[in-house]
Write a new protein. Structure first.
Length: 226
C-alpha cells in the first residue's frame, strides 16, 4: 500500500515538472504602452498619452505697445521770443533814421533856395550880356564833412570863347579853391555869399586875370561823417 502511494506521488511530481517545462519563457510585450490610461477620477490629472511625435503649434503673435512720438511744431508756428535789447536797438535805429531823413530834407530845401538865388542872378546878369558855363560836380572832404558842390562861372559875353576854351583849367582851379573854404560858412546865407566871392577871387588870382565876373553855387550837399 505504501508502495503505491509513493509511486503516485512520484508520478504527480513528474507531471508537474513536465507541465512546467512546456511553458515558454515569458517575453516582454511593450504593446501595452500603446494604450491611454484613463484619467483618475477626482484628481484632475489628465490621461497619459503615448509618446507620439506631435506638431508644435506656431507661437502666438505678441502685440507690441508703441509709444506715440511727439512732433515739435514747425518754426513758423513758434512764437518769437521778445528781446528787450533788440527792441531798444530797433528804437535807436528808428531815431537815427529819422534824424538822417530830417537832415537830408533840410539839405534838399537849402539846395532849392540856392537854385532860386542862382536863377534870379543869372536872369539879371544875362540881361547885361553875360555868358556862363557849368563846371563838373566836385566832392571833397572838409574837416570831417563830405561836401558835394557844383558851380556856374559867369563871364562877359565878349569872353564866351575864352570861357569854352578854358573849361578844363577852370574845373581844376575850382577843386583847388574848394579845399580852402570853411564848411561852416555854408550853413548861412551870409556865409554862402562869402564862399562865392572867395571862389571868384581865388580863381581870378590863379588865372592872373579878372575875366570871371561871378561864381554861383548851383548845387550843394553836405554830409557829416561824425
Amino acid at each position: 500500500m505504501s508502495k503505491e502511494k509513493a509511486s503516485a506521488s512520484l508520478l504527480s511530481a513528474q507531471l508537474d515538472f513536465e507541465g512546467w517545462d512546456e511553458i515558454s519563457p515569458s517575453q516582454d510585450d511593450f504593446s501595452l504602452l500603446d494604450f491611454i490610461l484613463p484619467e483618475t477620477p477626482g484628481t484632475g490629472i489628465p490621461p497619459i498619452s503615448p509618446l507620439v511625435d506631435q506638431p508644435v503649434p506656431p507661437p502666438k503673435p505678441v502685440a507690441a505697445i508703441v509709444q506715440p512720438v511727439s512732433v515739435s511744431k514747425p518754426m513758423s508756428e513758434r512764437k518769437p521770443v521778445k528781446n528787450s535789447k533788440n527792441a531798444n536797438l530797433s528804437k535807436k535805429g528808428n531815431a537815427d533814421n529819422f534824424a538822417r531823413y530830417a537832415a537830408i530834407f533840410a539839405l534838399v530845401a537849402l539846395v532849392f533856395v540856392f537854385a532860386g538865388l542862382f536863377y534870379s542872378n543869372v536872369g539879371n546878369k544875362n540881361a547885361a550880356g553875360l555868358s556862363y558855363i557849368i563846371l563838373p560836380k566836385n566832392v571833397t572832404n572838409l574837416k570831417g564833412q563830405v561836401i558835394s558842390m557844383q558851380v556856374t562861372i559867369q563871364v562877359n559875353h565878349s569872353d564866351e570863347y575864352w570861357l569854352q576854351e578854358n573849361k578844363k583849367v577852370l574845373a581844376d582851379l575850382f577843386q583847388i579853391e574848394v579845399a580852402k573854404i570853411d564848411p561852416g560858412d555854408l550853413h548861412s546865407e551870409e556865409g554862402f555869399e562869402a564862399v562865392q566871392t572867395q571862389l571868384k577871387t581865388g580863381m581870378n588870382k590863379a588865372l592872373q586875370d579878372d575875366k570871371i565876373q561871378s561864381v554861383l553855387l548851383t548845387e550843394l550837399l553836405i554830409q557829416n561823417r561824425n
